[in-house]
Write a protein that binds this ligand. Sequence first.
Ligand code: HEM
Length: 223
Amino acid sequence: MTLSVSDAIPFSTLIRTASHEQHTEAENASFMSEMLGGRLGVEAYARYTEQLWFVYRALEEPAEALAGDPVAGPFIRPGLFRLPSLERDLTHMYGGEGWRGSAAPLPATAAYAARVAELAREWPGGYLAHHYTRYLGDLSGGQIIRGTAEKTWGFARKGDGVRFYVFEEIGNPAAFKREYRALLDAVPADDLEKQRIVDECKHAFALNTAVFHELGDHFRVSA
Ligand code: HEM
């Protein structure tokens, strides 16, 4: 059965259910499963983190300007911001600030970041779809990635290298997710707009999967 907005299902349920298939696809991308299986070197993890830096720059640089927006504004919480943590992680992994001059987005990452930047300027509902896809994911499955990274590459628990996954200012992630879902349920958007946000969320997952595929082309486990 396909759920639709007109069935009066809470929006948080709708967006989660509607993107379930895309979530499974992203989770099963071979780069992700090889990384989580501990079969890739730390360079792969560093390159992945670098891609996230481009994505979070696109998400967080325009955040302040969106804070007063009725749709996206309530979701803008400085406690979520990941850019400073990503920068500490990258500086740790690359042994200094040199990465700032050499970091390069893969084509899929550039397309992903460009889409987020465009939506931040033009469509707050679309921006919200990307906000949800990243931050709620980081607060959920991201914790599994952190554990693997600590174990596989020897980063200090919740320390440099995995700070991206540590939300210092969010004491209780489960409570935060509940609150976030309540905000989604109260979003001031009509059914058509909600459907468009759900579609953009699926697009957001597809953009993530495309980044994994390109990373997978660069970092293969040798047979
Ligand atoms: C192997 C990688 C991944 C694992 C193991 C994983 C695992 C999980 C788990 C366990 C949850 C919690 C479900 C719940 O609270 O009921 C979750 C939720 C979520 N994940 Fe992932 N995930 C992965 C990759 C991703 C990716 C790549 C994205 C998108 C960029 C993503 C986005 C989300 C979102 C948005 C949610 C929240 C769903 C909701 O409650 O509305 N995940 N994930």
